[in-house]
Design a protein around this ligand. Structure first.
Ligand code: MG
Length: 249
């Protein structure tokens, strides 16, 4: 079932999303060589709590942390650890969210640790740009397939692989609601977009093959060819005035 939100609910979601965006910002600013992923996770946790929210990834499906932190060939769902130190040249994807007054925010971005290769920078830039290409299509009367097609064509044109097994999602009182929001699709196909729908749009884009596998920790998803992956995400509301990005400060 797709839950359409009232204006009052959108206002509540906006506040949850504002905290999510702030937490992602401070976590991203902490990314540098020598810092552990656990330290970054703690910064995100503290920010969310200080602002009155709850980290909504923590314990969800048994996930043990506030943020998913995924480095280089890791695509998503990396588990923060005091043993995992960020190194110069790494690219670090952070995905996190906050819950406030019963409503959820969710966002992600990939950050550079120190000086990264031009190839890594190009992957990060393309993935971020593809998110905004997708968001442009989140309009009343459009279809879910329009969003996925926009992301997919933007990235594939540039030679990248678009992950199929993991997708964006509706979001609201629950972190994961219907509908699924794939980063691939056919224009004019899929669920019709309506005012009050709130979607987490989140391209996961690989430098090489689109194929991924899950490590034996049963969480960390990596590229099958060991090449880099990047991830950007916003929570977006579909309104009669166009798409509204909720996960901004
Ligand atoms: Mg998400």
């Amino acid at each position: 079932m797709i839950v359409l939100k009232t204006n009052r609910e959108l206002a509540l979601m906006r506040e949850a999303c504002r905290i999510s965006a702030g937490a992602l910002k401070v976590a991203g600013e902490a990314v540098q060589p020598g810092v552990t992923t656990e330290e970054i996770d703690k910064i995100a946790y503290d920010y969310i709590k200080k602002n009155g929210g709850e980290p909504n990834f923590l314990n969800l499906y048994g996930f043990p942390a506030t943020a998913c932190i995924s480095i280089n060939q890791e695509v998503i769902h990396g588990i923060p650890s005091k043993k995992r130190k960020i190194e110069e040249g790494d690219i670090v994807s952070i995905d996190l969210g906050a819950k406030l007054e019963g409503y959820n925010g969710d966002n992600a971005a990939t950050f550079a640790a120190g000086k990264i290769s031009p190839e890594a920078q190009r992957l990060i830039d393309t993935t971020r740009e593809s998110l905004y290409e997708g968001i442009k299509m989140a309009v009343v009367g459009g279809r879910i397939g329009d969003i996925g097609h926009a992301v997919q064509s933007y990235c594939e044109k540039r030679g990248y692989g678009v992950v199929r097994e993991f997708v964006g999602h509706g979001i609201g009182k629950k972190l994961h609601e219907e509908p699924s929001v794939p980063n691939f699709g056919t224009p004019g196909r899929g669920v019709r977009l309506m005012p009050g729908m709130t979607l987490a749009i989140e391209p996961m884009i690989n430098e090489g093959s689109k194929n991924v596998r899950t490590l034996s920790d049963e969480w960390t998803v990596v590229t099958s060819d060991g090449k880099l992956s990047a991830h950007f995400e916003h929570t977006v509301a579909i309104t009669v005035d166009g798409p509204k990005i909720l996960t901004v400060l």
